[in-house]
Design a protein around this ligand. Structure first.
Ligand code: AP5
Length: 306
C-alpha cells in the first residue's frame, strides 16, 4: 500500500493536531498548511498529507511562510505506469541546485541534466553555439531559446534518461521553454523549488569553486577542498562574481513566476538556507514519497491488466 509518510527531523511549535482525512484520486497528494511557527528567524509550517488510502500523516516542513500562499495546496503527482522519476529542480543562482542534484543522483540514480553544464560544455568545445551562449551568460541573461531548447530536449530523449528517469536542473527558465516541453508532453512528477535568502546566494557564489578533474562543487567556507592538492587545482566560474550574480538574480526574478505557473500543481518549495545535508533530507522525503506512490500505481495498473 502506498504511503505518503514525510517523517520530519525538524521540530516545530506549529499545531500538529489531527485534521480531516482527505479523499483524493490516486495521483494526488494533498498538502495542507495547518499552522505557523512563531520563530521569526526561521518560520516553519506544519503540513498534513493525505491519500486516497485514507492515510493521514502530519509532519513539519520548514519553508518560508510566504511559500505557501494558499491555505491548501494539492500537489499532483504524474502517475505514468513507469516507475522512474522525473524531477525538475529550480531556484535562484547558487541556491544549491547542483549540490542537491549530486545527492539526488547518488541516491535515486536519475540522469542529471543541467542546462548550464550543457552550455558550458559547448563553450569549452569552442562551438558556434557556445560562443553565442557565452555572450549572454557573461551578462547574466538567459541564452536564447533556439540554442537551449533543442540542446535540452535532445538530452532528455536519450535512452539513459528515458530508462532511469531524469533530474532537470535549471530548465525550463522561461515560459517559452516550459511551453516547448509541454508541447512534447514532457512533464515532471515533481518540481522542486529551492528558496534561499539573497544574502546567502551572494556569499555562495563568490565562494564557489569547481574541481575541473572531478566536476565536484566546493565552497571555500561551507564545503572546503579535502586536501592541498585539490585546493591548488580549483577553478572559479567566469560568471561567479558579485556583480554578475546580481544580474543573474535579476533575470531569475523576471522569469521565475512564468515557469512556476506552468508547474503550479506539482511544485514543492524547500527552504534551502540550511546545511546541504538538511536540505537534502527534506528533498529525500518528498522524492521517496513520490517514488513509492508511483511504484504502487505501476503495480496497480499491472495487476489490473492481468
Ligand atoms: P547555471 O549554471 O544553471 O547557473 P545558476 O542557475 O546561476 O545556478 P548555479 O549553477 O550558479 O548554482 P546552483 O543552484 O547549482 O548552486 P550550487 O549547488 O553550485 O546557469 C548559468 C547561466 O547559463 C545562466 O546565467 C544563463 O545565462 C545560462 N542558462 C542556464 N540555463 C538556462 C536556460 N534554461 N535558458 C537560458 N539560459 C540558461 O551551489 C553554489 C555554492 O553554494 C557552491 O559553492 C556550494 O558548495 C554552496 N552550497 C550549496 N548548497 C549549500 C548549502 N546548503 N549550504 C552552504 N553552501 C552551499
Amino acid at each position: 500500500m502506498a504511503s505518503l509518510a514525510f517523517s520530519s527531523a525538524t521540530t516545530t511549535k506549529a499545531s500538529s493536531k489531527p485534521g480531516p482525512l482527505f479523499l483524493l484520486p490516486p495521483n494526488r497528494l494533498k498538502v495542507e498548511a495547518v499552522g505557523f511557527s512563531d520563530l521569526p528567524e526561521r518560520p516553519r509550517i506544519s503540513l498534513r498529507h493525505g491519500s486516497n488510502q485514507g492515510h493521514r500523516i502530519s509532519s513539519q516542513f520548514p519553508p518560508k511562510t510566504s511559500v505557501v500562499s494558499k491555505q491548501s495546496t494539492e500537489v499532483e503527482v504524474n502517475m505514468n505506469t513507469e516507475d522512474c522519476l522525473k524531477v525538475m529542480i529550480s531556484g535562484a543562482p547558487a541556491s544549491g541546485k547542483g549540490t542537491q542534484c549530486e545527492l539526488i543522483k547518488n541516491k535515486y540514480g536519475l540522469v542529471h541534466i543541467a542546462a548550464g553544464d550543457l552550455l558550458r560544455e559547448e563553450i569549452a568545445a569552442g562551438t558556434e553555439k557556445g560562443k553565442r551562449a557565452k555572450e549572454y551568460m557573461e551578462k547574466g541573461l538567459l541564452v536564447p531559446s533556439e540554442i537551449v531548447v533543442m540542446m535540452v530536449k535532445d538530452r532528455l530523449l536519450q535512452p539513459d534518461a528515458q530508462e532511469k528517469g531524469w533530474l532537470l536542473d535549471g530548465y525550463p527558465r522561461s515560459l517559452e521553454q516550459a511551453k516547448a516541453l509541454e508541447e512534447l508532453g514532457i512533464r515532471p512528477d515533481i518540481f522542486i523549488l529551492l528558496d534561499v535568502s539573497e544574502e546567502n546566494l551572494v556569499e555562495r557564489v563568490v565562494g564557489r569553486r569547481l574541481d575541473p578533474e572531478t566536476g565536484k562543487i566546493y565552497h571555500l567556507k561551507y564545503s572546503p577542498p579535502e586536501n592541498e592538492e585539490i585546493a591548488a587545482r580549483l577553478t572559479q566560474r567566469f560568471d561567479d562574481t558579485e556583480e554578475k550574480v546580481k544580474l543573474r538574480l535579476q533575470t531569475h526574478h523576471q522569469n521565475v513566476e512564468d515557469v512556476l505557473s506552468t508547474y503550479e500543481d506539482v511544485i514543492v518549495r524547500i527552504k534551502g538556507d540550511a546545511a546541504k545535508e538538511n536540505v537534502f533530507a527534506e528533498i529525500d522525503k518528498v522524492l521517496s514519497s513520490v517514488k513509492e506512490k508511483k511504484s504502487q500505481a505501476s503495480m496497480d495498473s499491472k495487476a489490473a491488466a492481468v
